[in-house]
Design a binder for this molecule. Structure first.
Ligand code: ADP
Ligand code: MG
Length: 510
C-alpha cells in the first residue's frame, strides 16, 4: 500500500507542493529516499528511523521506499522528516490512513521523537491555505504559521506521540495563537542628535518618500548615529507588507519565537559581506541582506569599504526590487524593495574638506576612495548630503532638538498623501514616491512655471542622466507632499536639485 502525504519545497518565498509517497513492501530490508533529495533530506532516513523507534514503533523487516514527487524538483532542507515519518506511520497503520488528507506537513525530527522547529512555516501555511488544506508543523513554528489566517486548521504538536494521540482523539491539540513582537521601548531618538539640522531634514525627506540616501562626512560627525534613528521615524508596515517581510524572514529562519513585528526591517551588514550574504545564495539559496531588508532599510556604513562587486550587485535590486539567484538547475527570486542608506568618509584619512586640513596624499586621497563607488550606483541615490563635524557651539549649548515622534507624524502624513494619490490613480500597490514609475512621476510632479525654468537650467548645466532627472522629480514631489502642496514649486525643485548636486561633486571627484 502506498501512503501519501502533502508537503512543500521552497522556491524563493513560495512553497511548491510536493507529494511524499511511502511504500512498505516485501524485499531487501532497508529504507530508501528517492526524488532529488539533497544531503539533509537523505539524512532524514536516520532521523525518521530513530524517532519512530523512540516513539515505540519499530520498522517491519521489509523494504521501505519513499518517493518525493515531482522527481525533477530539487528538495532541500530538513523539513521533510515529519511528512516522511507520518507517511510511514500511515502505511503501517499507526495513524488512520485518511487523517492526513487535509494537511500539508513540515517538520524536522529529533532522535527522541520530538519535533524541531523549521524555517518557512509561514509561507508553508499560506501555501497550504491556497490548496484548501490545513498545516501540521512543529509546535515552535505554530505561532508563526498562525499568522497566515484564522480560518486555517493548524496542528502544532511537540512530538510524534502527541500527534498520534490527537488523531486517536485521546489528547486533542489546540490551535496555536499568532504572537506579536513588542517594539523595543527605548529605540534611539532623533532628539539625541545635536545640531546637524540639514542632515536631519534630509533624513526626514528620505523617510517621507522612501528615497535612497548617502551621507558623506568626517569621522565622528554623527552619520552612523543619524542612520540608526531612521527606524524611529519610518511609518509601520501595512498588513500586506508585514506578511511579505515575515515570509522572507521565515524562510531565512530569522523569526525569533515565530513573533512578527510591524517595525520596518533595518539591516546593517558589515562591509566584509560577501555576494551571497548581500544578494542571497549559498547552500540553500537563502535570502541575503537585501531581501531581509525588503520594505525597510539597508544601511551600508563605511560604503566604499564594501567590495565593489558586492555594491554593484545591488544595482539590479535597486531598480527591479527583487534579487534573482541563478542556480545550476533552477532560479530563485526574492523580493527586495529596499531603501538604501549609506554613510562614508570623504576620503581614506577622513578629513578631506575640513577647514585647515591638508592631506599628505593630496587630492588622490579623495579620488581613490570615492572612486570605489561606481557611477551607476551613485546615480541611483536620490539624496546625497554632506554631514560636517558638529560645531563646538552645538555640542556645548545645543538648541533642544525635535523628538522622533514629532518627525514621525510629519512623515506619516506625507506618506498618507502619497498613498491616497496612488489609489486615486488606480495604483494601490505603489506606496511611496520613490517606487512610482517614470511616466507616473512626470504626471504627478508637474512643476509650476518657475520650477520648470529652474529644472531646465539645472538639467542642462549638471547634465542629469534620464534617471537622475526622474529622481529629482520624485524627491521634489516628496518635498511638496511634506509641505502638503498639490503642485511642485520652485522651492521644492531647488532643494531636490541641491541634494543631487552634492553627489555630482562626488562623482566629479571620482
Ligand atoms: N551630532 C551629534 N550629537 C551628539 N553626539 C554626537 C553627534 N555626532 C557625533 N556624536 C558622538 O560621536 C559618536 C560617534 O558618532 P558616529 O555617528 O559613530 O560618527 P560617524 O559615523 O559619523 O563616524 C557618537 O556615538 C556620539 O557620541
Ligand atoms: Mg560611522
Amino acid at each position: 500500500m502506498v501512503a501519501r502525504v502533502s508537503t512543500v519545497a521552497f522556491q524563493g518565498i513560495e512553497g511548491v507542493p510536493v507529494d511524499v509517497q511511502v511504500m512498505v513492501a516485501p524485499g531487501k530490508v532497508g529504507m530508501q529516499i528517492v526524488g532529488l533529495p539533497d544531503k539533509a533530506v537523505a539524512e532524514s532516513r536516520e532521523r525518521v528511523q530513530a524517532a519512530l523507534h523512540a516513539s515505540g514503533l519499530s520498522l517491519p523487516a521489509k523494504k521501505v521506499t519513499v518517493n518525493l514527487a515531482p522527481a525533477d524538483l530539487p528538495k532541500e532542507g530538513s523539513h521533510f522528516d515529519l511528512p516522511i515519518a507520518l507517511g510511514l506511520m500511515a502505511a503501517l497503520g499507526a495513524i488512520p490512513g485518511d487523517a492526513l488528507d487535509g494537511y500539508v506537513v513540515i517538520g524536522e525530527l529529533n532522535l527522541d521523537g520530538t519535533i524541531a522547529a523549521v524555517s518557512g512555516a509561514l509561507p508553508a501555511a499560506i501555501g497550504a491555505n491556497g490548496l484548501g488544506k490545513g498545516l501540521i508543523c512543529p509546535s515552535d513554528s505554530g505561532a508563526e504559521a498562525a499568522w497566515a489566517g484564522s480560518e486555517i486548521d493548524i496542528l502544532a504538536p511537540r512530538s510524534l506521540i502527541a500527534l498520534a494521540n490527537h488523531f486517536r482523539g485521546t489528547q486533542v491539540l489546540s490551535r496555536p495563537e499568532p504572537a506579536v513582537r513588542a517594539s523595543p521601548a527605548n529605540m534611539p531618538d532623533l532628539a539625541d542628535i545635536k545640531g546637524q539640522e540639514s542632515a536631519k531634514r534630509a533624513l526626514e525627506v528620505a523617510a517621507a518618500g522612501n528615497h535612497n540616501l548617502l551621507m558623506v562626512g568626517p569621522p565622528g560627525s554623527g552619520k552612523s548615529m543619524l542612520a540608526a534613528r531612521l527606524p524611529s521615524i519610518l511609518p509601520p508596515l501595512s498588513p500586506p507588507e508585514l506578511l511579505e517581510v515575515s515570509m522572507i524572514h521565515s524562510i531565512a529562519g530569522q523569526l525569533a519565537g515565530g513573533k512578527l513585528s510591524d517595525r520596518r526591517p533595518f539591516r546593517t551588514p558589515h562591509h566584509s559581506a560577501t555576494m551571497a550574504a548581500m544578494i542571497g545564495g549559498g547552500l540553500r539559496a537563502k535570502p541575503g541582506e537585501a531581501s531581509l531588508a525588503h520594505n525597510g532599510v539597508l544601511f551600508l556604513d563605511e560604503f566604499p569599504e564594501f567590495t565593489p562587486q558586492v555594491l554593484d550587485a545591488l544595482r539590479q535590486p535597486l531598480e527591479t526590487a527583487e534579487c534573482i539567484i541563478a542556480r545550476a538547475n533552477h532560479r530563485v527570486a526574492y523580493p527586495a524593495a529596499i531603501q538604501l542608506v549609506a554613510a562614508m568618509n570623504p576620503c581614506r584619512c577622513g578629513m578631506a574638506g575640513e577647514p585647515g586640513h591638508s592631506c599628505a596624499r593630496g587630492p588622490r586621497c579623495v579620488s581613490d576612495y570615492q572612486g570605489r563607488i561606481s557611477g551607476p550606483l551613485m546615480d541611483r541615490i536620490d539624496i546625497r548630503i554632506d554631514v560636517p563635524s558638529v560645531t563646538a557651539a552645538d555640542l556645548i549649548r545645543p538648541v533642544p532638538a525635535e523628538p522622533s515622534a514629532v518627525v514621525a507624524r510629519r512623515v506619516a502624513r506625507a506618506r498618507e498623501i502619497q498613498m491616497d494619490r496612488f489609489i486615486a490613480f488606480g495604483m494601490p500597490r505603489i506606496l511611496s514616491n520613490a517606487r512610482c514609475s517614470t511616466s507616473m512621476i512626470e504626471k504627478i510632479a508637474e512643476p509650476d512655471a518657475g520650477g520648470l525654468q529652474l529644472l531646465r537650467d539645472a538639467a542642462e548645466k549638471l547634465k542629469f542622466s534620464a534617471r537622475g532627472y526622474h529622481r529629482v522629480l520624485k524627491v521634489a514631489r516628496t518635498l511638496a507632499d511634506l509641505d502638503e502642496k498639490a503642485t511642485v514649486g520652485r522651492i521644492h525643485l531647488a532643494e531636490a536639485i541641491s541634494y543631487r548636486i552634492a553627489g555630482e561633486r562626488l562623482t566629479a571627484a571620482a
